[in-house]
Design a protein around this ligand. Structure first.
Ligand SMILES: [Zn+2]
Length: 271
């Protein structure tokens, strides 16, 4: 082989692999769905959840819901939040002490289980978890995943199609119920990062979610943790990444005022 053709061959390999990674990056970042699709999809999830009290028994007394909503509303004042006023950002508390989880649909319908509310020790930790949930909606993880998993061409056809509702339904059904809310590890890391950013502009300790990691770290998967892990994978590096963020931003250890554990214990007694 002549030196020239060898150079050309190497150049071609470099070009092809560069193109390949460009396409992958592009597909990972792109979202063909308009913002209204996140809103519609969320409203549909919300209706389905409310219509299924056997699986999702929503607490009737408004106290717990209002407490959680107040935290969410404060987080939403962060300048990092883009879809405040566009997405619903409405909370409900599901009465189920055995389930340690919270989830957020596209378009911002947030559901928190009493199992999670009872597990955590302070308000900053709950705020950290809620910030993480808000980030899943803000970063539009579900519709981005739909774009990637359906393939760009199909997703484009759905996004541009006349019969969008039916197609979205087909797409959502592909993932099976809350399967659409199953986040990837990258989504989890991104949401942790945004939870940190949101909380930085509040009075809460921005590393609040660490308290949650500490609580679930020692537990084995299955049972109460099964549902949590089904929507939020918990790789070990999420703890380290949060610690690194705190260190980089020079955040000192939290004070009681930043955690509000006393206020939170009072709230827990009402559950
Ligand atoms: Zn998550």
């Amino acid at each position: 082989m002549s030196p020239l053709s060898d150079v050309l061959r190497r150049a071609a390999i470099v070009l092809v692999s560069a193109l390949g990674s460009l396409v992958l990056t592009f597909c990972g970042a792109i979202n063909v769905f308009p913002i209204n699709e996140d809103k519609d999809l969320g409203a549909r999830f919300d209706r389905e959840i409310r219509a299924n009290p056997a699986e999702y028994p929503i607490r009737k007394d408004p106290g717990a819901r209002q407490y959680v909503q107040r935290i969410v509303d404060k987080i939403l004042t962060s300048p990092e939040v883009k879809y405040r006023g566009t997405f619903a950002y409405k909370c409900e508390v599901i009465q189920n002490d055995k389930t340690i989880n919270a989830f957020c649909t596209p378009g911002g319908y947030i559901y928190v289980y009493t199992g999670l509310l009872k597990l955590v020790d302070n308000e900053a930790t709950l705020a950290g978890v809620l910030g993480h949930e808000i980030a899943h909606a803000e970063l539009r993880h579900s519709t981005k995943r739909m774009t990637t998993q359906l393939g760009l061409e199909t997703a484009m056809a759905i996004a541009l199609g006349n019969n969008t509702n039916r197609n979205i339904e087909l797409a959502a059904n592909m993932f099976g119920g809350l399967g659409l809310l199953k986040n990837s590890r990258d989504d989890e890391t991104d949401s942790d990062e945004y939870s940190f950013k949101y909380l930085k502009s509040t009075s809460w300790y921005p590393g609040g979610i660490l308290g949650f990691f500490d609580k679930v770290k020692g537990r084995s998967a299955g049972g109460t943790l099964e549902r949590l892990l089904s929507t939020h994978p918990l790789p070990d590096d999420r703890i380290k990444a949060t610690q690194d963020r705190l260190k980089k931003a020079n955040i000192p250890p939290p004070t009681e005022a930043q955690l509000n554990s006393r206020g939170y214990q009072e709230f827990k007694r009402t559950l």
